[in-house]
Each structure stands twice: as structure tokens, then as C-alpha cells.
Design a protein around this ligand. Sequence first.
Ligand code: 5BU
Length: 264
Amino acid sequence: MEASDAWKVRWDASTLPMAKTFMQVACRKQSLVCLAADRYTMAELFDLLEAVGSSIAALKTHVDLVDDWDQTEWARFCALAQEMDLLIFEDRKFADIGKISRKQMGGIYNIQAWSDLVTAHLISGPDIVDGLQAAWKDSSREGGVLLLAQMSSRGNLLNPNYTSTVVEAGRSHPGVFGFIGNGSDADSVRELRTMVGDEKMIWTPGVNLATGDGEMGQRYGDPYEAVMAGSDCIIVGSGIHGAKDPAAAAKAYAEASWKALLER
Ligand code: 5BU
């Protein structure tokens, strides 16, 4: 199926090449799943990616979680993700002023050299987006920023007023790929979609086929409901890597998300 047919209004309204790339990958994979690859060794990361790579459209990393992180192994891991037709998304949640965030894209992990997407808070003001974009430019690469407009964890401080301020500032910025929404609550995602309009992406963590409360304040909503409410990508960690059969679980999330997109 053509991406324009599957995504309709999102495809037509979208202005960013990276968003179009994601929509095409999602179509090839028939999956709106981003795997939250929260594993702590390189070997576990490779095993997980090999098991589920064919059912996901993006790979979300926390590069600083890996106990035996090593530059060469990481480059190999990213190469495997690219071979598997995945966008690579470092969920770094940058928050500092623009010039420091730019430098934090470098450093030992050199996030700017391998990430297609990163997350950022807008708490320090809009220059953070320019700083992150400048870092990708320093590596002659393109990337997109997902701004945290909502979070999935209980008691978070991103209240509706904050959410609308972030959306207002991010909506028209070409460096902003989209927004993180609270996948644990379909009504919140629906409200966010109304604010965001059709142009930008909404990606949602806090998604699990077993809905309800997770560990340490995490909350979970249903994957199908999240996409029906306006999420363009469900971010799933434990639902996949914590399952007895991660490959089968990834397939189930892919099917639920793809079905919802076609119905939406
Ligand atoms: P889980 O195992 O599906 O609960 O993992 C969720 C992932 O999404 C994990 O990597 C978090 O860092 C990430 N996350 C989140 O859970 N909630 C948020 O609001 C944001 C990110 Br932003």
C-alpha cells in the first residue's frame, strides 16, 4: 500500500522529509511500533533487535543505559537497525540551553552521528531546537526533534497549560518532527491531536496490551486506542522485551497499530 493512501491527511499535511520517511517505513513494515530497547548489554540489544526488527518501524534507545557500551559495537548495532529499515531515535530528553544541548549531541556517545530523532523538553525555551539541529548539521546529517508535550508517568508536571505552550511554540518550527503524547490515556492523545493539527507527528509511550499501572508510576493504555485517538507511533518497551516471546509480541503490537491506522 502507498504511504499516501495509508496516512491520508497526515501524509498530505506533512512538510518534513523525515516524517515522510517514517510514514513510508511504517507502510513497508505495516507497523506503527517504535521499540523502546531498554536493555543493558550490547548482546541483549542485538538479540532483541534481531528478534523483533521486522515488526517495528523505529528503534528507541537510551544510549546511557548500556553497561558495556562501546563505540564500535554501537556503530554495528546502528548499522543493523538501518539494514532492518528502522529510524533510530535516542530518547535523551535534552533540556539545557541551546549551545549546551548542541554539544551534548556530541561527546562520547556522539548522538548526532547516528540518531534520526531525539526528544527534548522545551523548558529552557525554543533555542534548544536550533541547538539540536545545529548538531546534526555539524555531522552533515538531518534529524528531527520530538518535544515532550505530555508524559505517561503519574504526577508529571506537564499540565494542560504547559502542553499548549509547547505545542504553540513547536507547531510551526521546521526542526520539530512532532510531539510526545501520553499514550496511557486516549482522551489526552485526542486533546493533543486537536491542538497539534495534522502536520506534525504525535508519538506515544505508555502503551501496553495489558493496560493499567506499570512499574514506578508508569501507566499504560491500549495500542489500538492510542492510534485511533491520533497517535502516529506507539512506543512499546516492556510489552515487547518483557514478553515470553518478544517476536510474537512485537507482531501483535504491529497488527493492532496498523489496523487502527487503516481504520482511522
Ligand atoms: P515501557 O517498558 O513500555 O514502559 O517503556 C517506556 C519507554 O518510553 C521508556 O524507554 C521510557 O523512557 C519512555 N518514556 C515513557 O515511558 N514515558 C514518557 O513520557 C516518555 C518516555 Br517522554
